[in-house]
Design a protein around this ligand. Structure first.
Ligand SMILES: Cc1cc2nc3c(=O)[nH]c(=O)nc-3n(C[C@H](O)[C@H](O)[C@H](O)COP(=O)(O)OP(=O)(O)OC[C@H]3O[C@@H](n4cnc5c(N)ncnc54)[C@H](O)[C@@H]3O)c2cc1C
Length: 482
């Protein structure tokens, strides 16, 4: 027998929880959240480690002004104190390069890149990105973000009256910046659409705000407004059927056969999960435009590698060891004819010193290489990481780590990747198309939230939270006109 609930929310990530909180505050209390996994949070997942915590997924609040996650953290005293170094980037950098003090940039020959070269290259790239922002139409000669930045960077370096050595150094730093940008998008800039990239909005302020007790502390604040019993863990939704003519026209079926009738359903599944299930999960099938958006938008993997050492082998004041990739590394990583086993490690951009500074390093890699890493034994990953660290630090005697913890977002059921992006094959309207209610704006029965549905903050936790609130507001507005 179907249980009656007015609103069913699929997924207890920040979008689903944010939607529930908003509905409850507006007095819409007949809600239930069905979560496939055995925990809340989705791609926000902090767990205790040593005297602190590890963030498997989201780690930083990207920006302050206009960022609702920052607002929650600030209001509830969740920020790391003192707040991390201000990493306020020139306006146009999308997120990424963390121009931290004592973040050392190393060559494969073990040399440290002088700070002024790093800053100089960053400034050139930033100017290029700023100009790219002015390309408002698709009517231009560039095939991708990567094509645009590469051609302009090389041209800029060529026109300078510098020695070949200096030019090579700037280009080396540029290679490194591109790989770091790949962490943000999840894929090479060569696959990213210029208009899509330009549509992404960076909240002003520090773009690497840290939380004292892990990103999940944000969720605890939201959870305080959600009554016990609202969330059903371990409850994957397998079918969503929309019928005509009743006040509760949506039937939601879970993997164990339970059914819930609802007036409204908000789907917050990751884009990866939707790509896998959208053709079988919905009856009638989703509109062709929405299916096209699901298919065309990108959903890529970024993984973290945590290496625990008995004690730090780096100087106390060092915040990170970043690697300048060999020439051609990015091309190799995109070349499907290359054997992934030979090249995957080229995607590791470097290692940050974990904020707890307890001998823990955190490495990052993205794209197909990040997916491939998930298939490897820990010992293989350790060997590759240590070979790289030893090479770049020019020190064969560095100790082995005592522990390795790698994230596996691609193979995680119901996640199937890390975050969305807008590749060249997609349209900048696709996130908004994904967000359109079914059957119509006037009668929103089936709604879609989650980071991939936010037109300007896609890929982020704040985009996800805002998207959940948006869909809750849609229901509240609908009910107020009943
Ligand atoms: C490694 C990594 C690092 C990141 N770093 C940052 C960062 O520093 N800052 C930042 O702002 N963002 C970051 N992000 C992105 C951020 O984590 C996400 O944008 C955000 O958490 C997405 O929230 P969501 O609610 O849209 O989706 P999710 O968190 O994916 O939640 C969706 C939920 O739906 C559930 N679900 C899916 N299908 C079903 C089904 N059929 N039935 C029932 N339940 C289902 C899933 O189990 C999941 O719990 C990072 C992500 C990753 C993976």
């Amino acid at each position: 027998m179907a249980m009656t609930k007015r609103t069913v929310i699929v997924g207890a990530g920040i979008a689903g929880l944010g939607a529930a909180q908003r509905l409850l505050k507006a007095g819409v209390s007949d809600i239930i959240i069905l979560e496939a996994g055995d925990r809340i949070g989705g791609r926000i997942c902090s767990f205790p480690y040593g005297n602190g915590f590890i963030d498997y997924g989201a780690q930083w609040i990207h920006g302050e002004d206009g960022n609702p996650v920052y607002t929650i953290a600030k209001k509830h005293g969740l920020l790391r104190q003192p707040d991390c170094q201000d990493t306020i980037l020139p306006e146009m950098s999308r997120h990424l390069w963390r121009e931290e003090e004592n973040d050392i940039l190393l060559t494969a020959q073990g040399e440290q890149m002088p700070e002024e070269v790093v800053h100089g290259a960053l400034q050139i790239l930033d100017d290029i990105m700023r100009n790219m922002k002015n390309l408002t139409t698709d009517n231009h000669d560039f095939t991708s973000v990567g094509d645009y930045t590469h051609r302009h960077f090389v041209a800029k370096i060529d026109e300078l009256d510098w020695s070949e050595i200096d030019k090579a150094r700037y280009l080396a730093v540029y290679r490194s910046l591109r790989l770091v940008e790949m962490i943000d998008a999840g894929e090479s800039q060569n696959m990213m659409d210029i208009a899509g990239w330009n549509q992404y909005h960076t909240c002003p302020g520090d773009i690497y705000v840290e939380l004292a007790n892990g990103f999940s502390s944000i969720l605890q604040v939201i959870l305080n407004d959600i009554p016990d019993g609202t969330i059903k863990l371990g409850t994957p939704v397998v079918k969503v059927q929309l019928t005509d003519g009743s006040t509760e026209p949506v039937t939601v079926t879970t993997a164990n056969g339970a059914q819930f009738q609802a007036a409204h359903v908000i789907i917050t599944s990751s884009l990866g999960s939707l790509k896998a299930a959208s053709s079988t999960m919905f009856e009638p099938p989703l509109p062709p435009g929405k299916l096209r958006a699901i298919h065309r938008l990108g959903f890529s993997t970024m993984n973290k590698i945590h290496l625990q050492f008995q004690e730090p082998f780096w100087e106390k004041n060092v915040n990170g060891l970043q690697f300048i990739p060999e020439e051609g590394a990015e091309t190799d990583l995109q070349d499907e004819n290359q054997s992934m086993s030979e090249i995957w490690h080229k995607a590791i951009t470097g290692f940050d010193v974990h904020p707890a500074k307890t001998g823990l390093l955190v490495g990052f890699l993205a794209g197909k290489a990040a997916e491939y890493m998930e298939t490897l034994d820990d010992a293989v990953v350790v060997n590759a990481c240590m070979a790289k660290i030893r090479q770049y630090l020019k020190n064969d005697t560095l100790p082995e780590p005592t522990k390795i913890i790698c994230s596996t977002w691609h193979s995680a059921p119901y996640m199937m990747g890390s975050y969305s992006n807008i590749p060249v094959s997609a349209s900048i309207d696709d996130p908004s198309t994904l967000a359109e209610p079914v059957p119509s704006e006037e009668e929103p029965r089936l709604m879609f939230a989650g980071e991939a549905t936010h037109a300007t903050f896609y890929s982020t936790s704040h985009g996800a939270l805002l998207s959940g609130q948006r869909e809750a507001d849609r229901i509240i507005a609908f009910l107020s006109h009943q």
